[in-house]
Design a protein around this ligand. Structure first.
Ligand SMILES: NC(=O)c1ccc[n+]([C@@H]2O[C@H](COP(=O)([O-])OP(=O)(O)OC[C@H]3O[C@@H](n4cnc5c(N)ncnc54)[C@H](O)[C@@H]3O)[C@@H](O)[C@H]2O)c1
Length: 340
C-alpha cells in the first residue's frame, strides 16, 4: 500500500494506492464505520465485507436521488451512527457521490472515504470533492464540494466489472490524455482494452496516473473557475446527448470528444482529430451518431455552465493541451448544424 496525501482548498485527501479491501480497517475502524455499497458490488465481493456495518443500495443512476438519501439517513440513525462515525462508499460513482453527500449533511457533516470499484469512479467520480444527487432529469443538481478523508484503490475489485463499464471508464481516461497528457495518449494508442483487463500492473499504473492527473487539476481549481473546466472535454455535447438518447455516459462523452476534436480542427487548426477518433474507436466507444442537432443546441442553452449568451466549450490546441473557449451560442448552433 502506497500513501500519498494531497491538499485541496476544502480539505486533505489521503490516497492509498495498491491497497486491498482488507487494509480498509487501517484507515476506518470497523466499530465506528458504516459502509455504503450497491447490490452488484455486494454480490461480487460479499466475503471481503464481512464484519462491517453495511447499507446496500439498489444499483443504478435512478438511485442517486433524495429518496435514497432519506433511506440511508434512516438506517444510519438505526445503526446509531454519530459524529465520530466514518462513512465509506464502496462502489461506482453513484455510490461515491451519494456517500459523500450523505456524509456532508448527516449531523452537519461526518468523516467519509471511498473505495471506488468501477474504472470510472477510480479515475474520475471519487476524486475532486463534488458529491451530489440528481433531481428529476437534472443530473447533479443538488450537492456540495467536500473532499473525502481517504480514497483507497483495490484494483482487484475490477475483476467483476462488466465489460461495458470498462469502456465507460476508458472514455474519461482518453479525455484526460487529450487535455493534459500526450505521453499517456501515445500509450493508449499503442495498447488495447484487453491488455489493461489482463495485466493488473498496467491498469493499476494507468488508474493511478489518471487519479493524480484529476486530483492535481482540482487542487489548482476546486471550484471550476479555470483549469477544472478542461475536465468537461466531450461533456457539453455528451450531456445533451445523454439526456436525449439512451446512451451510457462514456458513449455520450466519446461522441462529444470526437465532435469537439472536429470543432477544434475548424476553430483552432487542431491537426490530430483523426488520431483522437481512432483512439476512441480502439477502446470500443462510438464516435458519432445521428442526433437532432437543433434540439441538442437548444439543450445547451439550458446548460449549467452557460454564461449569458455564451458557453465555455473545451477544445484541443494539440493532443495533451486542452483549452477553454467562450463561444457565442449562435456560433455553437451553427457549428452543430455544420459539422458531420
Ligand atoms: N463527483 C464527480 O466528480 C463525478 C465525476 C464523474 C461522474 N460522477 C458520477 O458517477 C456516476 C457514474 O459512475 P459509474 O459509471 O461508476 O456508475 P455506477 O456507480 O452506476 O456503476 C456502474 C455499474 O457498475 C456496477 N459496478 C461498480 N463496480 C463494480 C464492480 N467492481 N463489480 C461489478 N459491478 C460493479 C454498479 O453496480 C453499476 O451497475 C454518475 O452518477 C456521475 O454523475 C461523479
Amino acid at each position: 500500500m502506497q500513501k500519498k496525501s494531497l491538499s485541496f482548498p476544502s480539505g486533505r485527501t489521503d490516497f492509498y494506492f495498491s491497497a486491498t479491501l482488507a487494509q480498509l480497517k487501517t484507515v476506518a475502524d470497523p466499530r465506528y464505520s458504516v459502509i455504503i455499497t450497491d447490490e452488484h458490488v455486494f454480490e461480487a465481493h460479499a466475503r471481503k465485507l464481512k464484519g462491517w456495518k453495511l447499507i446496500v443500495l439498489k444499483a443504478g443512476e435512478e438511485q442517486k436521488v433524495q429518496a435514497t438519501v432519506d433511506t440511508i439517513i434512516q438506517q444510519l440513525i438505526e445503526l446509531e451512527a454519530d459524529r465520530k462515525t466514518t462513512l465509506v462508499g464502496i462502489g461506482g460513482g453513484v455510490v461515491t457521490d451519494i456517500t459523500g453527500y450523505v456524509a456532508s449533511v448527516y449531523m452537519r457533516g461526518i468523516r467519509f472515504g471511498f473505495v471506488p470499484s468501477s474504472l470510472l469512479a477510480l479515475v474520475d467520480a471519487s476524486i475532486g470533492g463534488k458529491n451530489g444527487i440528481d433531481v428529476g432529469v437534472y443530473k447533479n443538481m443538488v450537492g456540495v464540494i467536500r473532499q473525502p478523508a481517504f480514497i483507497m484503490h483495490d484494483i482487484s475489485l475490477l475483476k467483476s466489472l462488466p465489460e461495458k463499464e470498462w469502456r465507460n471508464g476508458f472514455a474519461e481516461i482518453i479525455k484526460h490524455a487529450c487535455i493534459k497528457d500526450a505521453a499517456m495518449f501515445r500509450e493508449l494508442r499503442a495498447q488495447k482494452l484487453a491488455h489493461y483487463q489482463k495485466k493488473t500492473s498496467a491498469i493499476a499504473a494507468l488508474v493511478q496516473r489518471n487519479a493524480l492527473l484529476k486530483a492535481r487539476v482540482v487542487q489548482k481549481d476546486e471550484t471550476e473557475q479555470g483549469d477544472r473546466r478542461l475536465l468537461n472535454f466531450g461533456h457539453t455535447l455528451g450531456h445533451a446527448l445523454e439526456n436525449q438518447y439512451a446512451l451510457m455516459h462514456g458513449e455520450a462523452v466519446a461522441i462529444g470528444m470526437a465532435f469537439a476534436s472536429k470543432m477544434s480542427e475548424q476553430l483552432l487548426g487542431f491537426r490530430q482529430a483523426a488520431q483522437v477518433i481512432q483512439t476512441i474507436e480502439q477502446y470500443g466507444l462510438p464516435v458519432g451518431m445521428e442526433f437532432d442537432r437543433k434540439h441538442a443546441a437548444e439543450i445547451l442553452r439550458m446548460d449549467k455552465k452557460r454564461e449569458r449568451s455564451s458557453l465555455h466549450y473545451i477544445l484541443l490546441e494539440k493532443i495533451g493541451k486542452g483549452t477553454s473557449r467562450s463561444l457565442p451560442l449562435e456560433q455553437l448552433t451553427q457549428l452543430f448544424l455544420e459539422i458531420r
